[in-house]
Design a binder for this molecule. Structure first.
Ligand code: NAD
Ligand code: ZN
Length: 359
């Protein structure tokens, strides 16, 4: 069976395209209880963007601080309950922020129509009925969350996405002006998430002509942004990074991520380390799996004077390392892709623990 994926329904790209948001959502305002919910990264509170939100008096705005932790099932359930209890079913959800806000917006759009806790739906195609209209406006580029079919949540038992056709945004607005203020270190870590998506998508059994074409183009853009003669956080490179993120996401959708993401999920679930940062921490030590990718990654790290900590594992207990290895081991689809269907004959929990001990 080949994957049959739904893509974003509508995409607008360009500087200043954020100004079209009001017109874009207008026709949808007649749906359900006739109000929109804006979910905005708290970074923008009090900033110019706040005054540019196309709000009507009936709308609700939530500013969410994504820094304490990645989105959780409990956080989504609470937000969903509050939204429904206050004004009933909204016409749509508009998420404005990074990967965390993209995922929160996607999840809330699904959970307002699906009963019970979001923990019930962590996995593939578990959502029972379509969610509501939702729009993604990324303000930091790299995770590909704006285009992906999944919305990652950390729950009491697992870190796993709500993954189904209805997760995908109905509309995405790509306005490179919005990512200009991203701090330099995050610009690097998040961009590397895109680069790692491509390397992992390419290096595994599910790679194919379709995923390869996206990865190739996305990596070309990453090289211009992080290694080229005009590398750095410039307006021109911000245009490219927005597109690279999207294409990296499309590449892995048609293929799969691999070992770096399997390790990274362990770090995030057990230590609360952020996705893109933990990818960088892990990828730095995966030269035996991805020799060319890791060598080029190290060039980018050096070029931008990024300091990646080493020797972290000396502060981790055996129990923590074992728990992280178990989180990774459960990500069957990633190991399948990277190592093969017989991966369990080749990779043991002890081998995965050994990878964590390198970090
Ligand atoms: P993020 O959403 O965690 O934000 C990182 C930081 O950047 C925050 O402090 C935020 O306030 C700040 N920020 C955002 N936009 C800014 C701007 N324009 N200027 C200044 N600061 C800004 O960042 P992320 O790395 O994009 O997302 C990580 C999350 O994405 C994780 O929760 C991860 O699980 C999820 N993720 C999802 C997918 C998916 O396919 N759904 C894929 C990868 C990662
Ligand atoms: Zn990633």
């Amino acid at each position: 069976m080949h994957k049959n994926f739904k893509g974003i329904e509508k995409t607008v790209f360009g500087r200043g395209s954020f100004n079209q948001l009001g017109d874009i959502i207008a026709p949808h305002r007649r749906e359900n209880n006739r109000y929109m919910v804006f979910i905005v990264d708290n970074y923008f509170k009090g900033k110019d963007l706040e005054s540019r939100l196309p709000l009507l008096p009936e709308d609700t705005v939530y500013f969410i601080d994504v820094d304490p932790h990645e989105p959780t099932t409990e956080q989504i359930d609470t937000l969903r309950d509050e939204i429904l209890a206050t004004k009933g079913l909204p016409s749509g959800i508009i998420g404005i922020g990074g990967g965390a806000i993209m995922d929160i917006a996607k999840c809330v759009s699904l959970m307002v129509t699906n009963e019970g806790s979001s923990t019930l739906y962590q996995g593939l195609d578990l959502i029972k009925v379509p969610g509501i209209y939702h729009v993604g406006v990324p303000t930091i580029s790299g995770t590909g969350a704006e285009v992906s079919m999944t919305a990652v949540l950390t729950g009491p038992e697992k870190k796993l996405g709500l993954k189904c056709e209805w997760t995908v945004f109905n509309q995405v607005i790509l306005d490179p002006d919005l990512i200009a203020t991203v701090p330099r270190d995050w610009w690097f870590y998040v961009g590397m998430d895109t680069y790692i998506h491509c390397i992992e998508s390419e290096n595994g059994q599910f790679n194919n002509a379709y995923s390869h074409a996206y990865a190739e183009q996305s990596m070309k853009l990453c090289r211009e942004i992080y290694l080229g003669e005009n590398s750095g956080q410039t307006t021109e490179n911000d245009d490219k990074l927005m597109v690279a993120s999207l294409m990296g996401g499309l590449s892995l959708t048609y293929s799969e991520v691999g070992i770096c993401h399997a390790i990274s999920y362990g770090l995030s679930k057990i230590l609360g380390m952020r996705h893109c940062y933990s990818n960088c921490i892990a990828f730095n030590h995966l030269a035996d799996y991805y020799p060319e990718g890791v060598a080029e990654f190290k060039e980018m790290v050096a070029k931008h004077n990024i300091t990646l900590p080493q020797g972290l594992s000396k502060d981790w207990t055996d129990a923590q390392i074992n728990a992280m290895a178990h989180v990774s081991y459960k990500l069957d689809h990633m190991w399948n892709h990277a190592v093969g269907y017989d991966w369990k004959e080749k990779v043991t929990i002890e081998d995965i623990e050994a990878i964590f001990r390198r970090l």
